[in-house]
Design a protein around this ligand. Structure first.
Ligand SMILES: CC(=O)[C@@H](O)[C@H](O)COP(=O)(O)O
Ligand SMILES: NCC(=O)COP(=O)(O)O
Length: 238
């Protein structure tokens, strides 16, 4: 069964729109999303705290009962937060501080030493580690050498090309997934997944364990309601 981890960045975006406003209550939203059936909560505390703040991560740790997945570029501050909070999973992404959103996977060859050291440190804190990876099977061997537990397939290209040719869009993900499983890596996926493209990815990508979805899910919830939307997304994973 592929697990759904709901990324609540955009709930924090709405909250922050009024400064230190308390609504929507991020912690209550996380509790409810778990109650509605999500198997994880994902957050991406960016250096500018445009949505998820570092204190949100500290507070979420004490209330999340499924799995807390904390994503981010492993800056010293980010690694220190992970040392303090010790989330169940840390997902490393190579985002620049001013990136509007995640826009690439790791250069696992060029950053091999850095990733190996960072993965080892985070695993020493008891965290499962996943690294963000472009859908290219030739990257898998170097990704495995970092010691990471999992890779997260960056699904922006899949989502972009899905409407045009879904079979062609998913093929690099199938190929990379097969290589990852053969290398003994766990397999996650995320970015721009939605109610239109999720089911096909889930059917076509072998070994997929978890998807993390935020932007489209929160947008859909504005029309369909949060409980209904979480369950609609889970239904795509059956
Ligand atoms: C790594 C990933 O694909 C998501 O965490 C994405 O970066 C969401 O970040 P924003 O919500 O800031 O777009
Ligand atoms: N790792 C992907 C994630 O957490 C959410 O990405 P998106 O659904 O907001 O594009």
């Amino acid at each position: 069964m592929i697990k759904l981890s709901v990324n609540i960045n955009k709930i924090a975006t709405l909250r922050n729109a009024r400064g230190l406003h308390a609504r929507p209550d991020l912690l209550q939203a996380a509790r409810d999303i778990e109650r509605f059936g999500a198997e994880g909560i994902t957050v991406h505390p960016r250096p500018d705290e445009r949505h998820i703040r570092y204190d949100d991560v500290r507070n979420l740790k004490s209330i999340v009962t499924t799995e807390l997945n904390v994503e981010g570029n492993p800056t010293p501050d980010f690694v220190a937060l992970c040392r303090e909070v010790r989330p169940e999973q840390v997902t490393l992404v190579p985002d620049a501080p001013d990136a509007i959103t995640s826009n690439a996977g790791w250069d696992v060859v060029g950053h091999q030493g850095f990733l190996r050291d960072t993965v080892a440190e985070l695993k020493s804190y008891g965290c499962r580690v996943s690294i963000f990876l472009d859908p290219n099977p030739t990257l898998v061997e170097a990704a495995a050498r970092t010691g990471t537990d999992r890779v997260e397939l960056y699904t922006e290209a899949y989502a972009r090309y899905y409407p045009t040719d879904r079979a062609a869009a998913v093929q690099p993900y199938r190929d990379t997934a097969k290589a990852a499983v053969a290398a003994g890596l766990g397999l996650n996926a995320g970015h721009d997944l939605d109610l239109e493209n999720l089911a096909y990815l889930a059917q076509q990508v072998p070994g997929l364990q978890e998807v993390s979805i935020g932007h489209a899910l929160v947008a859909d919830a504005l029309y369909l309601g949060l409980e209904n939307t979480v369950q609609l997304y889970k239904r795509q994973l059956r």
